[in-house]
Write a protein that binds this ligand. Structure first.
Ligand code: GDP
Ligand code: ZN
Length: 316
């Protein structure tokens, strides 16, 4: 029995890296189910697995093959709901240490609504977030001060923020250091500079990532490919083709405030236990917004999610 890390999934084959850095093409033995998760795939990129070497599995690419016999407990995982099987979900990746959100105040604009939805999903998944503000070389004075306001808001809540310019090579070593030794996913709108930043951190890596993402676009099995790539400074970047943010999870209305840490904290002082922080008397959250202790933009994002949730629930 060996232990390894699943670094790539392509249909029924899983590439597993063992403790010595050797690779094995593995298949899953039997139909092992993971408690409480209805997923279309039993094993995902980032899973730590136990496997047995079995050299007769007839992989086309290697004679080092094996059977995955079990997976170790996941500390977290991200999912995408299967479009056709509504109750089932596809596990995109597991055991993520850090979600990196690349944001831009301009060229293009990343809205606080987008940032806050991303942060709320990451909270729901229990994944720490690093917010990287890129393209700072392009910002006007006003845009720079807007960025600084946002950094103040998000650092106060506890999110790490970093300022970069890929063009001027600013903040790149800091970013490299923040990614080192961790398993990272990188998200953000198209055009914010993700590929450029990845290339600066590790030249050549983005080419590999583009290759797999291209396969995804043309392939029939649109959810089959995911991979993690080693950073020479230690750690990995997980490529999740086709995933721009995290898809919003199914959240009950009462849950949403749990994923806004500063709102959740203050809600303990609301008069009513089940306060939705919208219209209730004695709402500590509304008071905090008025006093400027909770950012207006965060409260607006919270209300937006709540409203979306209500719309979602109306048919019942
Ligand atoms: P992605 O879609 O997030 O991967 O974005 P890309 O890395 O492809 O970058 C989109 C465009 O923005 C490219 O033309 C990059 O050269 C440019 N770009 C990326 N980072 C910066 C930056 O920090 N400053 C400026 N001025 N341009 C940048
Ligand atoms: Zn309240």
């Amino acid at each position: 029995m060996k232990q390894g890390l699943v670094i790539k999934t392509t249909g029924s084959w899983y590439a597993v890296e063992d403790e010595n850095g050797e690779y094995f093409e593995c298949k899953v033995k039997g139909n092992f189910r993971i408690k409480d998760i209805k997923s279309t795939n039993p094993v995902a990129v980032g899973d730590r697995v136990n496997f047995t070497v079995q050299n007769d599995l007839k992989s086309k690419t290697t004679n080092k093959t094996g059977w995955i016999t079990s997976i170790q407990d996941r500390k977290n995982y991200i999912v995408r709901r299967s479009p056709n099987l509504s109750k089932q979900s596809h596990i995109i990746a597991a055991n993520i240490d850090q979600a990196v959100l690349v944001a831009t105040v301009a060229w293009p604009v990343t809205t606080t609504t987008f940032i806050d939805r991303y942060l709320a999903s990451a909270e729901a998944y229990r994944i720490p977030v690093l917010i990287v503000f890129n393209k700072t070389d392009l910002y006007t004075k006003e845009e720079t001060s807007r960025m600084n306001q946002l950094i103040a808001v998000y650092s106060k809540i506890g999110y790490s923020c970093l300022v970069t310019s890929a063009t001027k090579i600013l903040g790149i070593n800091e970013l490299k250091a923040k990614l080192a030794g961790k398993t990272n996913v990188i998200n953000g709108h198209s055009g914010v500079g993700k590929s450029t930043l990845i290339n600066l951190i590790q030249p050549g890596l983005n080419l590999k990532i583009s290759k797999i993402s291209e396969m995804h676009k043309t392939g029939k099995h649109t959810t089959a490919f995911s991979a993690m790539y080693k950073l020479s400074s230690g750690g990995y970047i997980i490529d999740t083709p086709g995933i721009k943010g995290f898809g919003m999870l199914d959240m009950e209305a009462w849950e949403i405030s749990h994923y806004f840490p500063e709102i959740f904290n203050i809600s303990k002082n609301c008069q009513y236990n089940n306060c939705s922080h919208t219209h209730e008397p004695g709402c500590a959250v509304k008071e905090a917004v008025e006093a400027g202790d909770v950012a207006q933009s965060r409260y607006i994002s919270y209300l937006g999610l709540l409203e979306g949730e209500d719309k979602y629930r109306k048919p019942h």
